[in-house]
Design a binder for this molecule. Sequence first.
Ligand code: GTP
Length: 328
Amino acid sequence: MTPSDVMPGRVDTNASTLAVLAERLPGVIFQLYRHDRSGQLCIPHLAGRGTHLLGLSPDELAIDARPALERLDKEDYPRLMAAIESSVRWMTPITAKFRLRLGNGRTVSVALRAHPSPAETGVLWHGMLMDISEQVAEEARLRKLSSTDDLTGAANRRKLMNRLDEEVSLSNRHATPLSLMILDLDHFKRVNDTWGHLRGDDVLRNLAILCKQTLREEDLVARLGGEEFALLLPLTPLAHCQAVAERLRQSIAEYDFGLGEGRVTVSIGIAEHRIGETRDMLIDRADRHLYAAKHAGRNRVMATTTRDTNPDLPGQPGRPGEQSLATK
Ligand SMILES: Nc1nc2c(ncn2[C@@H]2O[C@H](COP(=O)(O)OP(=O)(O)OP(=O)(O)O)[C@@H](O)[C@H]2O)c(=O)[nH]1
């Protein structure tokens, strides 16, 4: 079966039909030209639905592409320029994604693919631009979903472990301070038993909010599971982390969770990363201090002290046993 079998009339491929086709494409087609000598870029041909959204004159762009390139996001501009240079050098297609400011001020995410061919005094690309804003937004939504705890909106365990790996690696490489808190609600079973699971869920949600409010933007609040949270504080030495943990403990103890007389308290174990230590070793130390805090009567912060050192790690004196410092 040929197109003429299903379409009325003859298939017309003259210039006007091509122009209609281009205008109805769900994207933009273009030619991009780069002069070998000056390196200057221009867009000799530009067609397709949405071309006008740029708010730039095609005649102007046919001489100089800069007005369009200036609409690129600041971070994306050097990446696209590098992709163009690499395409010139190796005669390979350009595949790029970038954000572009339209004439009306709106920013869209765009995918570009263009094939180069040698021209007399430069390189000529034939390519397509597609608006992929919806797809990018959906990807961001899914990424957030896969790293977020459903109930509290805090980061989930997977996100915590990934971030911990990154931060531990940075701390090992640059000897920068990094502290970890593990926080557990005290006698949370009683809250559930007395007020029901739904009220218990509210407590967990409010607790996550209090944690986020107390910490800095670059810190991470994650729900480890159940009524246990982990708080990661990059570039933070132990003494500072301990002060933050104490402030957090106090604000939770004073917060009205709407449970009448019932007070909600937390126990917190904290540890500062030691050079050479793995992620799991750090978690384990913070965890042991949490258990020490529970054992000592709950509603308190337990932290390692300077005496709390590890003989297995380079440059650190031996330790007679884990020492803990409690604050309350
Ligand atoms: N509402 C609610 N409760 C949860 C959730 N996850 C775990 N829990 C409850 O958390 C409680 C944990 O109880 P335990 O492990 O005995 O600890 P606890 O009562 O907090 O006592 P300590 O930790 O020793 O102070 C249990 O009642 C669980 O059902 C949740 O997502 N929502």
